[in-house]
Design a protein. Structure first.
Length: 285
């Protein structure tokens, strides 16, 4: 399984389709520098990536790494038709069954934090919705004939739909892995950031003891629930300070801080300046 840390999302480069007669076979290649997604609609491809055998029957797919050699292990036994898609990513990726390291998902301290997430694509498998996948591939081919910027933009959107379907078909890491629990806890905190943090409520909602949830968040994000919540509240306060004329005291209330001095203290510690000074930075000139 391949793990991608986003943003940025993997981007589509080029695609095509091919058909081999019985006795035909895929060409041998090495280090092509892009991911190669093969989706077979008829027949079967018999291949290997390095020493890993890959048999790709009709209605199935395989994803080949950009940095390894792949070759045919046997000629096609019948007429075989398949689509191929080349893509790459500017973000980090791994072939692994492990979960993301904390630093990989931890957002940077910028004005509007980018919340990174991990998603997984299987090395190979059967398509659960073949017709939908084939339709997206035909759309990619049609859009490829048009070099206009709109068509290129549309290509990326269609490609993401295809990747999303492949992820839905994947066998994901265990439902109760620490990353899954941490992500659900983070979503709970973001939904309820205006409320006072209630560990009992969080525990009952997530069906895990609060101490265990805290350990999962600390391991995944590097923050306890309270630390994560405080950081998220400060980010919401930044937006309100820039985009509205509400008083600093009112913003402190709206973002869930219990008192004005506590808000100023938390904001100053995280941002390095007071809420008022932060606002004035964007109101000058």
């Amino acid at each position: 399984m391949f793990q991608f840390i986003s943003p940025p999302l993997p981007h589509f480069i080029y695609c095509g389709e091919d058909a081999y007669p019985a006795g035909g076979q895929h060409s041998d290649r090495a280090g092509i520098g892009v991911f190669d997604l093969l989706i077979v609609t008829r027949g079967c491809l018999y291949m290997a990536e390095e020493s890993v055998p890959l048999e790709i029957p009709a209605g199935s797919f395989a994803l080949l790494r950009p940095d390894r050699a792949h070759r045919s292990t046997s000629p096609c036994r019948e007429e075989t038709h398949f689509f191929w898609v080349h893509f790459q990513t500017l973000g980090s990726w791994h072939e692994t069954e492990r979960e993301p390291a904390p630093a990989e998902l931890r957002p940077a301290d910028v004005l509007h934090e980018i919340h990174r997430f991990a998603f997984y694509l299987p090395r190979s498998g059967a398509l659960s919705s073949q017709d939908a996948a084939y339709d997206w591939l035909r759309q990619l081919l049609a859009l490829q004939a048009d070099t206009g910027s709109f068509s290129q933009w549309r290509q990326q959107l269609v490609f993401q739909e295809l990747l999303l379907r492949l992820q839905e078909d994947a066998t994901m890491p265990e439902r109760h892995s620490y990353v899954t629990i941490a992500e659900e806890a983070a979503a709970f905190l973001r939904r309820n950031y205006r409320e006072t943090l209630n560990y009992k409520w969080m525990s009952e909602t997530l069906h895990f003891h609060a101490n265990y949830v805290s350990l999962c968040m600390k391991r995944a994000f590097g923050y306890t629930p309270l630390q994560y919540l405080t950081r998220y509240r400060v980010e919401q306060a930044k937006r309100l300070l820039i985009d509205t004329n509400e008083s600093v005291g009112r913003i402190a209330e709206e973002t869930g801080f219990g008192s004005f001095p506590y808000f100023v203290r938390c904001f100053s510690k995280q941002v390095g300046t007071t809420p008022k000074s932060f606002r004035m930075r964007f109101r000058q000139g």
